[in-house]
Design a protein around this ligand. Structure first.
Ligand code: ADP
Length: 633
């Protein structure tokens, strides 16, 4: 192979391109981080290599008087080394696209050691050659094996390494970088492989390399692209931070709501005692106001709790069979009372062939329909509220179609898109006297989405609104609902004051709660039943009492400092000398989330009661679990 007569035209062209690229990366692409610096250094190294190679070839052509052999030898060796450096930089550049891992670090060190070895090899070969300098024209040529190692093995090794780094990690890259890298490597490696297998007089190396760098520059190293990527990264970080903040907010709200329910429990409970015991109509009136304010506070807390549970992904729906007639009857009774208070007519129309036995999350469906109906009453001053229920059946499933229309204030067209947004309350100049948080319909929409259902609204501002709900349910029993009112005609009759369900002077129960006032509330609520009540303010105290006396029922608070109810329960069931291993144990909890019941039952509780404790619910539950011979109506 003739070493001296290489054609330099491609190398000189590469040199010009290289200078242009160096200027561009220096002037435009400097603001960036590590990877961009690697690319910039890469272009500089390429330029130095290019110059060295040009000098080498030109010096070999020059007369010896001008360029002595020693200088030629130096440039000859440097030209090999610059080729090695060039491909070594390809490897480094490829690595700069990925995070450094232990494995990658290991290979980087191998590459560095290899580079040092190649430099040493070049130096030793050059030293061996020195004694022959000047003997003939090509006497400074390196021995064949080191020369081939430097010229081909090293170059191909580093390029293949770079390519493998890209291919193995390509899943971490976006499409654009992948395509750019593929094009750049095809061009660069293509020219080098061509030169290895097709030795010619033309020197392609640098031309291929600079084309590869241009492709990288255009593809991924342009400042615009880098800015875009940096902005996208910042946006992603901001999104993650916002998600995190939203999660903490939801957790905080859920926790706070839980904490707030406990004192409201006390307020509503004690107020109930005032209502029952006062003979003074004025005080009873004050007390009724406290009750109504307490209940609306509770419903706000429940909304916040629900929404934060939904947003934190912790809301679970529980499907169970239920009677639709019972559900719609309860709702109709409740809403008709409210409609009556505002002198509105309330009409209910239920398709009589609708299957009565459905399966779904009854509590949530109740909540959804009540919410929409409450709004209809709330935002209507004159006229009527209509509820109609129909269904579409497919096999053993159906979609319950609920339509709620009112002749109320309606919604402005420009506000329609905000109706289901959380915290959005519309038309505030007209609605400012109407209580609300703007959470109700947001919860309804999310709950329906969880059930694969939907809600839509049509409205004429000033004329009224109609909400259309589609609620998918499973059909449990085919029996048609018929006239739901007939089934429950007695249920709505009783609207009078409090009357205890039973008397149980011989029954004994234990109530465990760390909040003293809650114990007082339970005592007060059950006063007229004459039931005997022992109390304990901690699980530890309760566990002593359960070895001293056999109770007929135990009411056990779940959330207590130290040992909580769920921890105390299994001990009560198994403790040495325990007298209450079989006693019904009812969990008292402020956790009113759907699915809670199943969870408590699974933990071994006999049943559960939510706080604030409703007097009627408490009595019903006790009646169920107290021995029949100890209770009498
Ligand atoms: P709020 O607690 O304010 O009632 P909702 O989420 O239930 O919150 O409703 C959001 C808003 O949609 C309300 O503030 C009200 O402006 C409007 N809206 C809801 N239902 C009706 C209705 N039937 N008629 C008129 N406006 C309604």
């Amino acid at each position: 192979m003739s070493e001296a007569l290489y054609d330099l035209s491609f190398t000189i062209a590469a040199f010009i391109f290289n200078v242009v690229l160096c200027v561009m990366v220096t002037v435009r692409g400097t603001e960036d981080k590590q990877k961009n610096l690697t690319f910039r250094n890469f272009t500089y190294i390429l330029l130095v290599g290019n110059i060295v190679t040009c000098c080498d070839v030109m010096f070999r052509r020059a007369p010896v008087v001008f360029i002595p052999y020693s200088i030629r030898l130096v440039f000859y060796v440097l030209s090999f080394l610059s080729n090695v450096m060039l491909t070594y930089f390809f490897a480094i550049y490829a690595e700069s696209f990925f995070e450094t891992t232990k494995r990658r670090k290991f290979f980087s060190v191998i590459n560095e050691i290899l580079l040092v070895g190649l430099f040493a090899l070049a130096l030793i070969s050059a030293i061996i050659t020195i004694p022959n300098i000047g003997e003939d024209k090509y006497s400074y040529l390196l021995p064949t094996i080191p020369k081939y190692i430097l010229a081909y093995f090293a170059e191909i090794y580093y390029l293949l390494y770079a390519m493998v780094v890209f291919v193995v990690n390509s899943k971490d890259l976006n499409r654009r970088v992948c395509i750019t890298a593929a094009c750049a490597f095809t061009v660069t490696i293509g020219t080098i492989v061509y030169e290895v297998f097709n030795p010619s007089e033309v020197y392609f190396n640098y031309f291929g390399a600079i084309l590869g760098l241009y492709i990288f520059y255009m593809g991924v190293e342009t400042p615009d692209y880098k800015n875009l990527m940096a902005t996208m990264k910042e946006l992603e970080m901001a999104r993650l931070k916002a998600d995190e903040a939203n999660r903490s907010k939801s957790d905080f709200l859920a926790n706070m709501s839980h904490e707030i329910r406990t004192p409201i429990n006390a307020v509503i409970g004690m107020n109930e005692m005032i209502l029952r015991e006062t003979g003074d109509e004025k005080i009873a009136d004050y007390s009724r106001n406290i009750e109504s304010a307490g209940r609306s506070l509770l419903s706000i807390i429940n909304d916040i709790l629900d929404l934060s549970k939904i947003e934190a992904g912790k809301m679970e729906l529980t499907e169970a069979p239920y009677q639709f007639s019972s559900l719609i009857n309860d709702i109709a009774v409740m809403i008709s009372v409210k409609a009556k208070e505002k002198n509105l007519s309330f009409n209910v129309n239920v398709n009589e062939s609708l299957p009565d036995g459905l399966c779904g999350d009854e509590i949530r469906i109740r909540q959804i329909i009540i919410n929409v109906l409450n709004n209809a009453v709330k935002y209507t001053e004159h006229g009527s509220v209509d509820l109609s229920v129909d269904y579409e059946r497919t096999g053993d499933k159906c979609i319950v179609i609920v339509k709620v229309s009112d002749t109320g204030i309606g919604i402005k067209p420009e506000d329609m898109h905000k109706v289901f947004e959380k915290f959005d309350r519309l038309d505030m100049e007209h609605n400012k006297t109407i209580e609300g948080t703007g959470l109700g319909l947001a919860i309804v929409k999310r709950l329906l989405a969880m059930m694969n259902g939907s809600i839509e609204v049509e409205s004429k501002y000033g004329k009224g609104s109609t909400f259309f709900l589609r609620i998918p349910q499973k059909i449990q029993a085919d029996e048609a609902i018929g006239d739901y009112r007939k089934k429950f005609s007695s249920a709505s009759a009783d609207g009078g004051g409090y009357k205890e369900l039973f008397h149980a002077p011989d029954a004994e129960i234990l109530v465990v709660d760390d909040t003293l006032i809650n114990l007082t509330v339970v005592r007060a609520l059950l006063k007229k039943t004459k039931i005997k009540i022992d109390t304990a303010t901690s699980a530890a105290e309760a566990l002593i009492k359960t070895t001293e006396k056999k109770y007929d029922t135990i009411l056990l608070d779940n959330r207590m400092p130290g040992m909580d109810g769920a921890e105390a329960l299994p001990i009560m069931r198994t403790q040495d000398g325990g007298l209450n291993k079989e006693t019904p144990i009812v969990c008292l909890t402020a956790d009113a989330v759907s699915g809670a019941r199943e969870r408590y039952m699974a933990e071994g509780f006999t049943d559960y009661l939510t706080k604030p404790i409703e007097s009627a619910a408490l009595e019903r539950m006790l009646l169920q679990y107290l021995p029949k011979d100890k209770t009498n109506g």
